[in-house]
Design a protein around this ligand. Structure first.
Ligand code: ZN
Length: 134
């Protein structure tokens, strides 16, 4: 292997312990065998982690909010999720909250803080029940 390449690899591996390296190597081997590219793997990994984060926050928001809001498309409960990723590569438009239906694919991103969004939803749902109820 070229000395320059070796240096580059060593720089990448700074701070990564032997255990993590072992895991990385076995993942790299498997990707090669299954014909999956590194970028495909990375993009899957990112969405997997985002999904995990979302699920945890979903559970939290269930515990915190006794008020339930309902999906405009299927009327199932929706969750307001606080987006903690700051504006940047992974959050290009600077979204601060996400409304997500627990049942269908309805989702709506917002630049409004989650707390404000919840207040807005409360206002809207009050208006609905006061005004249009038949
Ligand atoms: Zn829905």
């Amino acid at each position: 292997m070229l000395r320059a390449k070796k240096d580059k690899i060593e720089k990448i591996l700074v701070g990564i312990g032997p255990k993590n390296l072992e895991i990385a190597i076995s993942i790299a081997n498997l990707l090669g065998k299954k014909n999956i590219s590194m970028s495909e793997f990375v993009s899957y990994g990112k969405s997997y982690m985002l999904g995990k984060k979302v699920r945890i926050q979903e559970a939290n928001s269930y515990n915190r909010n006794e008020t339930k809001f309902f999906c405009p498309e299927c009327n199932s409960p929706i969750n307001v999720i606080r987006i903690t990723t700051l504006k940047g590569k992974q959050n290009k438009r600077g979204w601060k909250s996400l409304i997500q239906c627990v049942n269908c694919t309805y989702e709506s991103y917002s630049k409004m803080e989650a707390q404000k969004k919840i207040k807005q939803l409360i206002r809207l749902s009050r208006r609905k029940t006061n005004g249009n109820s038949k």
